[in-house]
Design a protein around this ligand. Sequence first.
Ligand code: ZN
Length: 273
Amino acid sequence: MLAVLTGAGAGIATEPSTSVGWVFGTATFILVAGWGARYPLRRFLAVRKPLSPAVAEWLSADFPFYRYVERERFESDMKIILSEWMFEGVAGVKVTDDLRAAVAAGAALLLHGRPDREWPSRYTILLYPHRFDDEYTAGEEGEFEGMAHSQGPVILSVESVRQGWENPGDGHNVVLHEMAHLLDYESNFANGAPSLIASGSAAAWRELVRKEIRRVRIGRSMLRRYAARNPAELFAVAVENFFERPELMARRHPELFAALRNIFRIDPLTWDS
Ligand SMILES: [Zn+2]
């Protein structure tokens, strides 16, 4: 609409009696319309291309949730993420298609029940070989398996990424964890209340998070102790468990499970049938 107004406006403003004005107006129209369409066009082209054989192979052989997702939409989301996000290897890591798929699949899974939402383009994913410490030095002794920054790259340990998908029932998956933080950052700062939460439920969610943190602290939670650090970590660890151990979570934390089911509009409990 803006393009139409600008194009027509330029035509009228520069003497419609001469063709120069209309040529200029039309050129402006094409430029503005082209600029506006560039983004959807790029996505349209990305989705039309088939998945690379390595990505398709990774999905069918190594992605534990592949048989539960709606394939066409899931693959479209994967293609968009793979075409828009930057992946860089650090300390000798070679960025392969299967590695990129292992990251993109986690992102696509989190929003699979929310086709109304999409991931921002242009995230940068830095792939470290192993865990790393707080000075970003890679080493097997490092404390961190991943780290998400609100205004910077997401760092993931390749070893942890692979372990996460290889053990889909242990409630531990660094990709799901860091992607959950990214959703949280969409509301500008990570406070454990991602923008996916309907505003009417925000207060109840915050109270629930407070309660769950207390449970972790006194050892009465299925969530690992790290979740008690703050609301953002509670949310991220809960997301890992929601997808990987839904039965246990629904039984031991029914309120938390129901809240996450509302947030993601997905019910992993139905996935085993
Ligand atoms: Zn975290």
